[in-house]
Design a binder for this molecule. Structure first.
Ligand SMILES: Cc1cc2nc3c(=O)[nH]c(=O)nc-3n(C[C@H](O)[C@H](O)[C@H](O)COP(=O)(O)OP(=O)(O)OC[C@H]3O[C@@H](n4cnc5c(N)ncnc54)[C@H](O)[C@@H]3O)c2cc1C
Length: 400
């Protein structure tokens, strides 16, 4: 079996990469170890409405509900409301992630990509130190698939990068352990994604409540692996729900456990190889959201691959147009948010309450690190010392 490109993983990053590569005429195969694209869902299912501008998804079947923005609750209950433009990547739409992923896979297929289900890549095919494809297992059968370019779109547990000698190991400080219920029959109305922060509520992370319409809510938690122990995420989530009068009357129709990388991006290109999405650690280190970067990065990867196939050049230098592209698109944001994550981790609940108190009535004209710090210090000047590292980050990332 011989293809121009083999994409390992049919998540959003893999399907979008496959689609844009196939649109240039490349012969593309997507491998998926699961039995159904997008199933089981391992996601809070929140995504920014900026994806509307990218035209990657047709129809509306993948949309569960539309949000007006986000509400963030400090440990003492102080609430800060953010519009959907300011709220970042994880608000805007709440989606049906299974349908969302399947729609992206359909777009890839429409462009000419082939999909092979229940097929797990087990190692790289290497000849004379050059990557030549992948070895796979489908049910009990093992075989080889040749390709000029292998794409690692294999998510948070990615192996493809490691097989190629890229260090993708996640430190406990760079990994969020997550659990989520989808609750039905909840008598609560909200058009906002809600986030609850605090060392006791969710150490090194947060609880989220995402409305899916008709009394259905995703209620989940992410806590930093370095601050957690076995079973802790679910225990804290259960405590949270028990303390929330409307939620506790709901019944679960889904329970999931998963992990999100909140690390710095890794090296994403080698000769004959590209990493995209969670495999590349293209995830916002503050929120753990990776859907928009999976789509944005996947498009850049697919277009780069398309050009490489046209030129029949598969070396690192040719493929590095992808790394340059994603760095321009969202590299600075990921770098800055990683530093902000580190700073926020040092804040105790009292400081988080002060931050929320400063922001609760502040009307932002624009959103930047500097305007945020100004808003915070205006009300609580004592915060200035704690926020100094934020200003340094702002300067380093050449923000205003
Ligand atoms: C609990 C939780 C909640 C989240 N909530 C949000 C949210 O609300 N908003 C947001 O933006 N992000 C969220 N995320 C993160 C988001 O889900 C990921 O960033 C996103 O799925 C990344 O897409 P991907 O295509 O890179 O990887 P994935 O979607 O993980 O896809 C990888 C695919 O590769 C397949 N695969 C893996 N190894 C192999 C192999 N060897 N052979 C063949 N196939 C393989 C897997 O089966 C999978 O289908 C959340 C994550 C978690 C865990």
């Amino acid at each position: 079996m011989k293809y121009d490109v083999v994409v390992v993983g049919s998540g959003p990053a893999g399907s979008v990469t496959a689609r844009f590569a196939a649109e240039t005429g490349a012969k593309v195969l997507i491998l998926e170890r699961r039995v159904e694209v997008g199933v089981p869902v391992l996601c809070g299912e929140g995504i920014s409405q900026k994806i509307d501008n990218w035209g990657m998804l047709e129809g509306k079947r993948w949309i569960a509900s539309k949000m007006d923005g986000a509400k963030i609750y400090a440990p003492d209950g102080t609430m800060v409301t953010l519009s959907k433009e300011m709220a970042g990547n994880e608000t805007g739409y709440v989606v049906y992630r299974d349908i969302f992923d399947q729609e992206l896979a359909r777009q890839a297929a429409k462009a000419g990509a082939k999909l092979m289900m229940k097929t797990e890549a087990t190692e790289l095919l290497v000849d004379n130190e050059q990557i030549k494809g992948v070895k796979v297992k489908q049910f009990d059968e093992e075989f080889e698939i040749e390709a000029d370019i292998v794409v690692g779109a294999d998510g948070v547990e990615s192996k493809v990068g490691q097989w190629a000698g890229i260090n993708t190991v996640l430190k406990p400080n760079d990994l969020e352990t997550c659990a989520q219920y989808t609750l039905t029959n909840v008598d609560y109305k909200s058009d906002y994604c809600e986030f609850y922060i605090g060392k006791k509520i969710a150490p090194g992370g947060y609880v989220w409540i995402f409305p899916k319409g008709k009394g259905i809510f995703n209620v989940g938690i992410g806590i930093l692996a370095s601050l957690s122990e076995s079973g802790m995420a679910l225990k804290l989530l259960d405590n949270f729900i028990a303390g929330h009068s409307e939620l506790k009357k709901g019944e679960p129709i889904r329970l999931l456990a998963g992990a999100a990388p909140v690390a710095k991006p890794v090296e994403t290109v080698k000769d004959n190889l590209i990493l995209v999405g969670d495999a590349a650690r293209h995830v916002d280190p503050i929120t753990g959201g990776g859907l928009t970067t999976a789509l944005e990065g996947g498009k850049i990867a697919g277009e780069t691959i398309g050009r490489a196939i046209e030129q029949q050049m598969f070396d690192e230098e040719t493929l590095s147009a992808y790394e340059t592209g994603w760095k321009e698109a969202f590299g600075r944001k990921l770098r800055r948010d990683y530093l902000v994550k580190e700073i926020l981790l040092d804040f105790d609940d009292k400081t988080l309450n002060m931050l929320a108190d400063s922001l609760k009535d502040y009307k932002f004209k624009e959103f930047s690190t500097l305007s945020l710090v100004k808003a915070l210090v205006l009300k609580h000047p004592t915060l200035l010392m704690k926020l100094k590292p934020l200003l340094k980050v702002s300067k380093e990332s050449k923000e205003d």
